[in-house]
Design a protein around this ligand. Sequence first.
Ligand SMILES: *Cc1c(COP(=O)(O)O)cnc(C)c1O
Length: 425
Amino acid sequence: MRQRTEHRELPPTAGLPPKVKDLWPWPTEPLANALSCLIGHQRSWVTCSGTAALVVALTALARHSLRREVIVPAWTCPLVAIAVVHCGLRLRLCDLRPNHFDMAPDALARLCGPTTLAIIPTHLAGRVADVTTASVYASACGASVIEDAAQSLGASHPGGIPVGTLGDIGIFSLAAGKGLSIYEGGLLTTRHSALHDWLQQAVETTLPRHTRRELRRSIEFLGYTALYNPCGLCLAYGRPLRRALQNGDPVGAVGDRFPLTIPLHRVGRWREAVAARAATRLPGFLDALQAQAQPRLQALRNIPGVTVLDDTPGARGTWPFLLLVLPGQAQRDAVLERLWTLGVGISRLFIHALPDYDYLRPFIDPIDVPNARDIAARSLTISNTLWMEDSTFVSILTVLESVLARYDRRRAPFRSLPAISSPQK
Ligand SMILES: *Cc1c(COP(=O)(O)O)cnc(C)c1O
C-alpha cells in the first residue's frame, strides 16, 4: 500500500464531525429530547462521561441493596472495570461466546447468584448485544441489567427498541471518537419509573457543579472541533499513535490506559446545547454510515478467513467501524504491521482481556477467560469514516487478501494462543 500522505489521517471510528455553527450559544431543547428518536422518550440524564453514567447507575443500585457483585464481559472498556471498583463493588468477569463479544450464557449462569447486584451486557462496535439472556438470568437471581451502549448510540434491538432501553438502565458515551461527542460526556437512561428517584438522587450526590472542570472540558471540546478532520487528526491522533507503537506500547496507542480516578461533575448548559444541535444531524449521519458499510461488509465476507461481526436478524446496529476476527493472531498481526501506522483507519478495539492489563491487576481476580483473550488476540477494526475513499478501502482489502492467502497455504491453526502472559491463579 502507498505510504501515508503526510498530512492525512483517518480516525479509527466514524464520529459525527462537529460543526462550527453548533457552537453558537443560542438556546435549544434538552439533549435527551433531541435524541429521543434514537434513544426513546423515557427519562434521561446528561453526565460528564459514559463512565460517570455507570458510576451513577451503580451508586443508585448499591444504595438500595446489600448485593455487591457486578458481572461484566471480560473483554470491554477498562473504564467499566474502573467504575465498578470506584463504587466499592466487586468485579466478576464473564468469559465470552467464541468469536463474539457477547457473554457466554453458561459462564453467565455460573456467575449469577444472591450477591449479584447488576449484569452489564455490552454493545460493542455499534453492534447489538444479547440483552435478553442477561435479563433472564438477572431476573432469576434478582439482579438489575445495565446496558452499556457507549459504542452504539442509535442502534436498536429487534422490534425497533433502542439499545439502552431493554435493560433496567442504559448508559451511552459522548466521548471523543464515539458517535456524538462533546469531548467527554455521557447519557444515563431508564425505562423504569421506579428507578427515576434513585437515579436522580445519585446524579445530584455524585455529580457536583465544578466550574473549572467544565471550563476545561469546554476548551478541550473547542480543540476537538478544530482538529476533528483528516489534517488535524494527524497531529492529535496519528502522531501520538505512531510514537506509542514505536515504543512497543499498543495499550497507549489505542488509548486503553486510563487514570484510576474518575472525574465527576455536572455538564454545563453550553456543551449540552452544542450536543443537542449536533444531534439533529445524527440520524442522517448514521444512515450514511450504514449505506457505506453494506457493500464493504460484503466485500470483506468474500475473503476466506475473515469474520465480520454483524447483528442478529431484526436488530439494527450502527457502523462506526467494522470489527473483524481473523483465523489467528499471526494473520491479525501481519495485517496490522502493514496498515496500523499508515493513517488509513485500521486499529484494534481493546488490546487485552481485562485480566491482562497490568494497571488493572490489583483489582481483578486472575481468572481464565480464554474466549475473551482469543478475540482480543485475533480482532482488528476498520474505520467506517465517510472520509475513507473506496480506493483506500480496496487497498485494505488487498492487504487482507494477501495475508490470508499466504497463511492459508501454511495452514495456520485456527485458534491462536494468546501471546500475553496468563496470570497465575
Ligand atoms: C468508551 C466506553 C465506555 C466509557 O465511556 P466514556 O464516555 O469514555 O467514559 C464504557 N463502555 C464502553 C464499552 C466504552 O467503549
